[in-house]
Design a protein around this ligand. Structure first.
Ligand code: UD1
Length: 419
């Protein structure tokens, strides 16, 4: 088993590059099955979730190849329509293959998706969107089975702007003859990126990034060359790491525009954040100030994925910060681990109140989900003494070269094999 061994206490100084967004590349790899000729995707992170998506493509009969940060995907010979539990169970994003496989093949059979245990994570909105377009969708022994001779245009009104359901609806809609509309669509930058890719492949999409997305479907898509947008959650993780430890960190190939709520909160807590083109620079000295309240919400609200990293950054801030998690019902599990380091956190349902302490101490920590795991690493870097973080597999699902990049900033962190 691997653990991360971290000796904290050093400020972070230096420059790191931000990779392409995990939550963008995964739906775009699913979208590639719609293309009758090869696609080339640049700026793809080398993470386990991407490896899983490539295995799914292989099992559907698509060819793929990685060359550094670029992926080549050829779905011209795609023949499969089934994703088995060994693959679907590895990550939540496997569900986003449902819409495009259905649109391309007229049928799809998927084992239920896995992913981080953040709560119930139902898929009812995904299924509702497909049913609205005329698909027959049934559950059969842990599998979702969908079929449709043709998909028909519909007005799909989502009761909540789910990121995944919006993506599935957009992807299936490319196979409709007509012009489906998605109302109360998610407005996340990754939705805009997916629309950008689909448009490059010849789809006609309007309104991505607003609450109403329309797709003029029915045209076969051709492959395109596309560059994945920068990962705003990886960006958030490095910003919060510097806020927690002090120092000055420059992030290259980042997008400040997609990180507005976090940047505003970090400035409020006393950090200096400068932006220039695709470069973000944060510097922090002295104790941070607590924030009154941080409430997660759909974009352009504060991202649920950045809640745990920001909590880690504010554990030693002066005063009390209240975190309210509105997206997922079980996304405060890192609090229990952080308490082992001496953090003062009271959790009540979806609310956590953090009262800043003078110092944190190293401890043995267990990562139980991806972003919660990143928060433990941040807290360990800012604590005095040695910590160990197990459950590293969760962190590796979503961060490309996290350890190397932190090391390059002066962090004392290494992977250790233990039996
Ligand atoms: C995506 C991201 C995840 C991020 C989340 C919120 C990917 C692979 N994952 O997850 O990292 O934390 O957005 O930004 O891009 N819901 C339903 N029924 C559904 C679908 C969702 O009730 O059919 C609920 C969920 O339980 C949750 C909320 O809607 O409470 C948000 O979920 P959603 O936006 O769909 O998140 P994901 O696509 O799972």
């Amino acid at each position: 088993m691997q653990i991360l061994s971290v000796t904290g206490g050093a400020p972070l100084y230096g420059t790191v590059p931000i990779h392409g967004a995990k939550n963008s590349v995964l739906p775009i790899l699913a979208a590639a099955v719609l293309c009758r000729s090869p696609c080339v995707l640049h700026n793809c992170p080398q993470i386990e979730d991407v490896d899983t998506a490539l295995e799914i493509l292989k099992c559907l009969g698509c060819r793929s190849e990685r060359r550094g940060g670029s992926l080549f995907v050829d779905a011209s010979g795609m023949y499969g329509c089934e994703i088995p539990v060994e693959l679907a169970g590895k990550m939540r994003s496997s569900i986003v293959f449902l819409g495009p496989v259905l649109a391309r093949r007229g049928k799809a059979r998927l084992a239920l998706p896995g992913g981080c245990p953040l709560g119930a994570r139902p898929i009812d909105l995904h299924l509702m969107a497909l049913r609205a377009m005329g698909a027959e969708v049934e559950m059969e022994g842990g599998h979702v089975c969908a079929k449709a001779q043709t998909l028909a245009p519909a007005k799909i009104a989502l009761p909540f702007p789910s990121v995944g359901a919006t993506e599935n609806a957009m992807l299936a809609a490319t196979g409709c003859t007509g012009c489906p509309e998605i109302w109360n669509a998610a407005r996340e930058p990754e939705i805009v990126d997916l629309a950008g890719f689909l448009t490059a492949c010849g789809a006609k999409i309007a309104g991505a990034g607003t609450g109403r997305v329309t797709v003029k479907g029915g045209q076969p898509l051709t492959g395109a060359t596309y560059t994945i947008l920068p990962d705003r959650i990886e960006t958030a993780t490095f910003l919060c790491a510097c806020a927690a430890c002090g120092g000055a960190v420059t992030l290259r190939q980042a997008s400040a525009e997609t990180c507005r709520p976090l940047i505003a909160l970090l400035r409020e807590s006393g950090c200096t954040v400068n932006e220039r083109h695709d470069v973000l620079r944060i510097s922090c000295a002295g104790r941070l100030k607590a924030l009154e309240r941080v409430t997660t919400g759909p974009y352009p609200g504060f991202p649920t994925d950045a809640q745990a990293p920001l909590m880690a950054a504010l554990l030693r801030a002066e005063g009390r910060t209240e975190f309210v998690e509105t997206i997922f019902e079980n996304r405060l599990r890192h609090a229990e681990q952080l308490r082992k380091m001496g953090a003062d956190i009271c959790v009540d349902g979806r609310k956590a109140v953090v009262t800043g302490v003078e110092r944190l101490n190293g401890a043995e920590l267990l990562a139980e989900d991806l972003r919660g795991g990143a928060a433990l690493v941040i807290a360990a870097l800012s604590a005095e003494g040695k910590s160990s973080v197990s459950g590293v597999k969760h962190i590796k699902r979503g961060y490309d070269r996290l350890e190397e990049n932190l090391k390059s900033l002066g962090a004392d962190i290494k992977t250790v094999e233990i039996s």
